[in-house]
Design a protein around this ligand. Structure first.
Ligand SMILES: [Ca+2]
Ligand SMILES: [Ca+2]
Length: 733
């Protein structure tokens, strides 16, 4: 265990020490457990709603332009560029921008585009003097009503030409109409609604640059200098793969979703390019490649650099990193050009598609890597892997893709890497969440410190990055893509990094109780504090009551249900608090203390047909569960029941499902035990227990009359997915 946690490749001190924090067996001194800094969440709120992807249905979305920024800050006011649906308009150009500002009373819309339509979100840039610019790309194509075609029944889809502009808002009066700044292009570039653009600002000098793709050959760029003069030119894409196999037509490969840095006329353009054919692919073996079969395929991280955008052409493209050896994918995270001319960047490497690996490349191991590098004058000075996880590198892996992880840089030039870690095992899943690592000026990297967000970051997010001209700030501003109550939202979060002073709390004890184990919760709070000045520990319980002390012993009343969360909060003498929450799964009162229960583990199958279920290890499972039971209708699973004595038994199931239309039928010994078992509707539990406990119990029908001895139970898929931990038979008294 010690080697597994603490000695894996390329981790540095990072992940090993993180696991150490969580109780991995080790001989290291306890003092190393103290976190190196604190990430305090000052604000966590919904900023605004975003349209569902299915409503705009144009291939884009609020967080699609993740290489640029849609969050900026001018003084104490954050601004965000939202992405809205234009009602009644057919895709593709059925979206518009809306400018939001966070004032003393929270987020409010300053104005929205009431004239033009577009396909993509509109990124922002600012200057230190308070200039607020937005890159827009209004369509020139005519409006088409979103009315289904009478013949096909489908809503028409049409794109077309577009006209890139910069809008300049009056940041002191953001309701005022913006002025339109139109680049003076050389020639007549054929811009479309598929801009794949990158927008960046040099905040110090008040200069701005836009890169916008044209066709499959190049990107046009437009630089607006501080004298409001334009310079425009082209950047040709790097050489790609053989056009016979390439993702896009031609012999060049576009570099998409790029990070652009502009500072004192120096420009970096860094992004990922797609390749179908990697080192071990024989192009003739078409079974092994193609997005339709094996998913997204960004494989090379390309960099173009010029020391002076106004005077010197871009140097030849370089490849910073790639996944050509193992069929993984690569995604640019974030970058920052320090005043000493060193460009810091973070990126993510994601392993090969699991199905492709299993079917064609069984020797390739699936591991995730969070990478960090330093460039100067366009050249790579160093590259390191900061965190790894996966089949050979441990159960907690860095997740994320393009636009993830992100950097936050404080005014003293300390870098923080904001990332998400996800657990692969039930134990590691409890440590899934958002983390920050600190990179000091000498390059040393801290252990990951958990950022106590109520909703950990799941996918893409923006920061008020210096790439958009923002000043360096102590606190980090984040705009996060999320789903709350099944609705898409942009969440705003502010995080401040500070020296450790608050208590740290961790909870030990069982994460769940099973049928027959009762409903009494016994947990321990383990508390530490950098100053050792903890003055109280309080448990907050789901029925609104509280208990004080390090030990909790609490009988959960039936009113709190089967999924409960308890919180342990420690307070020190200065009023600093630290808290930890534990979600527990409890048996329903009917099964809590019942005698003579017969439990059948769902993962112990007696037989199966019509498909192949998989054994899974989600959060709070007893041993394991089965899932992947949704693909084929008629896919059936069978279990043996060993009944100790003849009698009536209620049949219960401990299950999880994120689906809303799950249905199953059930036979005992080849016969329907009653009419209700022909079609059992199974309510959603809200998810699959991937990162939190979403188990539920259900009684499957009226009590069954069973004889003593073996019986064969068979359950068949009628619709949708279902994960099952166990079946429980409760003898009727
Ligand atoms: Ca303290
Ligand atoms: Ca089980």
């Amino acid at each position: 265990m010690t080697t597994h946690c603490c000695g894996s490749l390329g981790l540095g001190s990072g992940l090993g020490a993180l696991i150490l924090l969580s109780g991995c067996t080790t001989t290291a001194p306890v003092s190393e457990n103290a976190p190196p800094f604190e990430a305090r969440v000052e604000i966590e709120e919904t900023a605004f709603r975003c349209p569902e992807y299915t409503i705009t249905n144009n291939g884009s979305g609020m967080f699609w332009g993740s290489g640029s920024a849609q969050l900026v800050r001018i003084g104490d006011r954050p601004f965000a560029s939202a992405f809205e649906h234009v009602p009644g308009c057919a895709p593709l150009n059925n979206a518009r921008w809306a400018l939001y500002e966070r004032g003393p009373n929270g987020w409010r819309v300053c104005q929205r585009d009431d004239k033009d339509r577009t396909r993509e979100p509109s990124p922002l840039g600012v200057s230190r003097s308070g200039r607020l610019l937005m890159s827009v790309n209004p369509t020139l194509a005519p409006w088409i009503d979103a009315i289904p075609d009478p013949k096909t029944g489908k809503i028409p889809r049409q794109g077309g030409a577009a006209r890139p502009e910069f809008l300049e808002f009056d940041s002191t009066n953001p309701e005022r109409n913006p002025s339109h700044l139109i680049p003076s292009w050389s020639g007549e570039p054929t811009f479309t609604d598929h801009s794949y653009r990158a927008f960046a600002a040099d905040g110090e000098n008040g200069e701005f640059i836009l890169f916008q793709k044209v066709g499959y050959t190049h990107t046009e760029w437009a630089f607006l200098d501080k004298e409001m003069q334009w310079k425009t030119a082209q950047l040709a894409w790097p050489k790609g793969e053989d056009p016979k196999y390439s993702v896009w037509p031609g012999d060049r490969t576009p570099v998409n979703y790029a990070n652009v840095v502009l500072s004192n006329r120096q420009v970096y353009y860094i992004g990922q390019s797609p390749y179908n054919i990697w080192d071990r692919i024989d192009p003739l073996d078409t079974e092994t490649w193609g997005r339709g079969k094996w998913g997204w395929r960004m494989r090379k991280l390309h960099c173009a650099w010029t020391p002076d955008i106004a005077a010197v052409p871009f140097r030849e493209w370089t490849v910073i990193d790639d996944t050509m050896a193992d069929g993984g994918t690569i995604g640019m995270g974030d970058s920052w050009l320090a005043p000493d001319g060193r460009l810091h960047l973070v990126w993510q490497k994601t392993p090969i598609h699991p199905g492709l690996r299993d079917t064609h490349f069984p020797d390739i191991k699936r591991d995730w890597h969070l990478c960090y590098g330093v460039l100067k004058d366009g050249e790579v000075l160093e590259k390191r892997v900061l965190l790894s996880g996966g089949e050979t590198t441990g159960p907690l892996y860095p997740s994320g893709y393009i636009g993830h992880p992100r950097l936050h840089i404080t005014p003293d030039h300390t870098l923080f890497v904001l990332c998400n870690l996800m657990g692969l095992t039930p134990e590691a899943k409890l440590r899934s969440g958002t983390y920050a690592m600190r990179i000091a000026a000498d390059g040393t990297v801290s252990v990951p410190v958990r950022v106590p967000l109520e909703h950990p970051i799941k996918s893409t997010f923006f920061t008020a990055t210096p790439r958009a001209g923002n000043r360096l700030t102590e606190a980090a501003d984040l705009l996060i893509s999320d789903t709350i109550d099944a609705k898409r939202v942009a969440r705003y979060v502010r995080i401040r990094f500070r020296p450790p002073c608050s208590p740290t709390v961790s909870i030990t004890g069982p994460g769940f109780l099973l049928p027959g184990q009762g409903r009494e919760i016994r947990l321990q709070a383990e508390v530490s504090d950098p100053q050792g000045d903890v003055s109280s520990i309080r448990w907050r319980l789901p029925d609104g009551s509280a208990q004080d002390g390090t030990s909790l012993k609490w009988l959960a009343p039936p009113s709190v249900g089967e999924n409960v969360t308890v919180v342990a909060e420690a307070t020190d003498k200065d009023g600093n608090t630290g808290r930890s929450a534990r979600s527990l799964s409890l048996p329903p009162p009917e099964l809590a203390d019942a005698d003579g229960l017969v439990s059948v583990e769902a993962e112990v199958l007696a037989d199966e047909g019509g498909g192949k279920a998989r054994v899974c290890h989600p959060v709070n499972v007893a041993n394991a569960s089965i899932s992947y039971w949704h693909m084929s209708l008629g896919h059936w699973l069978a279990w043996d029941l060993d009944i100790p004595a003849a009698g009536e038994y209620e049949l219960w199931m401990r299950y999880t499902t994120g689906c809303t239309g799950t249905r199953r039928s059930l036979l005992i010994d080849g016969k329907l035990p009653g009419p209700t078992f022909a079609d059992i509707a199974i309510p959603t539990t809200g998810g699959w227990c991937t990162d939190r406990d979403q188990w539920a119990y259900m009684r499957l029908g009226p009590a069954l009359e069973l004889t003593a001895g073996k019986h064969r139970m068979r359950m068949t898929n009628l619709a949708d997915g279902l994960g099952v931990d166990a079946f429980i038979l409760r003898p009727n008294p």
